[in-house]
Design a protein around this ligand. Structure first.
Ligand code: GLU
Length: 276
């Protein structure tokens, strides 16, 4: 009997050891990583021209879409195995935590607060916050001129905080869901200004009246959002971003989408934040 018990115990131990080796523990964690996946669900914006736009046929285009496609390719996932999902500013952290998306490339600034919930690869670009006004608003020349002005507060976005909380400018926030809605509200006279990343404003400016005041006042480090703890995925994403700059793709994509915008484009690889 004793021999049998020992045998059973030994067999159980062997099964346990084998499952650990096979990666029931480790393998489980790896499946959570974007590294090694054979398909990816990627969150992007759908109403930000030149960055993330959903076309009438349901496909997506823009700088963020191209960057995400390149990174996915380097991770071994071809375009045909990417599912795109519109991911507005208000749902980004939640979408990563719940796993409804594997990765987010959507004008997503790395901030200390977000880093508590999200692992960020990159940045893949550093934008700067600027302000867009109607053509007749000559008095708005600097972020300080937004005092008492109606500015856009996109839910879950950081731009209005940069003005009101960080710069302590007493602007009046008007809440909407997306930057497309901000631009519509500005044109309709329900807002005095839209203050956000220069890349976003440049994308909209191409098709609308009004002007950028050209007074940038922040660094917006665009990160690749990953599920909190996916450090392996983050390292691979950073290798992909480095390659994207070294092989000339970053410069080509920046020129493709923003070459006509008049923005000063940076074509050297940004300093990485480090994966945490
Ligand atoms: N980059 C800013 C942010 O992440 C504004 C744009 C956005 O919300 O997507 O908050």
């Amino acid at each position: 009997m004793r021999a049998t018990t020992t045998t059973v115990r030994a067999a159980a131990a062997a099964v346990l050891a084998a499952s650990v080796l096979a990666g029931c523990g480790l393998g489980g964690a790896e499946k959570e990583s974007v590294a090694g996946k054979d398909s990816l669900v990627i969150g992007v914006k759908e109403d930000q021209p030149a960055l993330g736009v959903k076309r009438p046929d349901g496909t997506y285009e823009g700088f963020d879409v191209d960057v995400a496609t390149y990174i996915a390719g380097r991770l071994g996932v071809p375009k045909s195995r990417i599912t795109w999902r519109t991911t507005n500013s208000s749902v980004r952290e939640e979408a990563l935590a719940k796993g409804t998306v594997d990765m987010i490339v959507a004008t997503y600034s790395i901030t200390p607060k977000r880093k508590m919930k999200v692992t960020f690869g990159g940045p893949y670009y550093v934008a700067h916050q600027d302000t867009f006004v109607r053509a007749d608003a000559a008095a708005i020349r600097d972020v300080r001129d937004l005092k008492d002005k109606r500015i856009c507060e996109v839910t879950g976005s950081n731009s209005w905080r940069r003005v009101i909380e960080e710069r302590k400018v007493a602007a009046k926030p008007v809440t909407v869901d997306t930057y497309g809605a901000c631009m519509d509200a500005l044109a309709a006279g329900r807002l005095d200004a839209v203050s956000t990343d220069d890349l976003i404003l440049a994308g909209f400016a191409a098709g609308r009246p009004g002007r950028m005041i050209n007074a940038p006042f922040t660094d917006e480090k665009y990160g690749v959002g990953l599920k909190k703890g996916d450090l392996k995925g983050c390292e691979e994403v950073n290798r992909a971003i480095t390659a994207m700059y070294q092989d000339g793709t970053a410069e080509r994509l920046l020129k493709k989408w923003f070459g006509e915008s008049g923005l000063k484009l940076t074509t050297s690889v940004p300093q990485f934040e480090g994966c945490t």
